[in-house]
Structure formats: structure tokens, C-alpha cells
Design a protein around this ligand. Sequence first.
Ligand code: SF4
Length: 148
Amino acid sequence: MKFLVSACLLGEACRYDGTAKPCAAVQALAERAELIPVCPEVLGGLPTPRVPCEIVAGRVIDANGADKTEAYQRGAEKALQIAREHGCTKAILKEKSPSCGCGKVHNGKFNGGLVSGNGITAQLLMDNGIAVCGETAIPCSAAAEKLV
Ligand code: SF4
């Protein structure tokens, strides 16, 4: 079994603020499955660190008001291509992100609030038949074992 995984969950310091968000349950999955790390925002050509973005009325806007939608779409396309090259049918993505979030994302007001919705990459993967879940869907390594 192969999973496409948000690279920041595996310890890569690729987040907007130059940090990682390592997730022990996701990392434990590496013992039983092949994990394919991707960071769609970096794949889209954005630097690290970068100005944070949120989704506003279907566009991806940074905290300075610049429209970064094109880079987000480019990164999503590349992540989908990588998933296909590796035969990944499932993805575990970082929650709340405007790229990777699934189910809930930040509300576009840069105030920490959340709204229902999916990040640009999560949505594209779902639209192409890849099952997406967030990291808290894997609460412990025992649960991760059942996924494989
Ligand atoms: Fe992590 Fe996804 Fe943001 Fe990259 S785009 S830092 S993988 S949440």
C-alpha cells in the first residue's frame, strides 16, 4: 500500500513559517506502507517561508492580498501527477491547510476561524478518485495498521 502524504507531517520544514508538523501516527505508518511525501505549495513554486494564504471566495489569497491561486493549482496538479506515478489511491493530508485541508479549512479572514471546505490539492485528488483523510483520522499506530 502506498499513501501520498503531506511532507510537513513527515517532518519536512516546508510550512509557510518554515516549520514542520511531524505526526507520530503518520510517521509510524512508514513501517507498514510506502509513504510518498509531497508539499503542493513548494511544488507550485512558492518559497519557504512564505506569506500565509487562505481561500477567499474560491481564490487563494495571501495575507497581503496577493492572489496565489495559480501556484496552488500548479502544485495540486503536480501532486496528482506524483500520486498517479506511484499508484497512490489514498492520501493523508495536513488538516486546515488551503492546499491540503480536507473537510475544514481556514475561513479566509486570517483570524484562526474554520469553515467547511477542502484545500485546492485535497479537492483535486478527491475529484480524481483518491481517498483523502486528515492526520487526526490516524489517532494511533494501531489504527494506522488497519489502514494497510
Ligand atoms: Fe504541509 Fe501541505 Fe502546507 Fe506543504 S502545502 S506545508 S504539505 S500542509
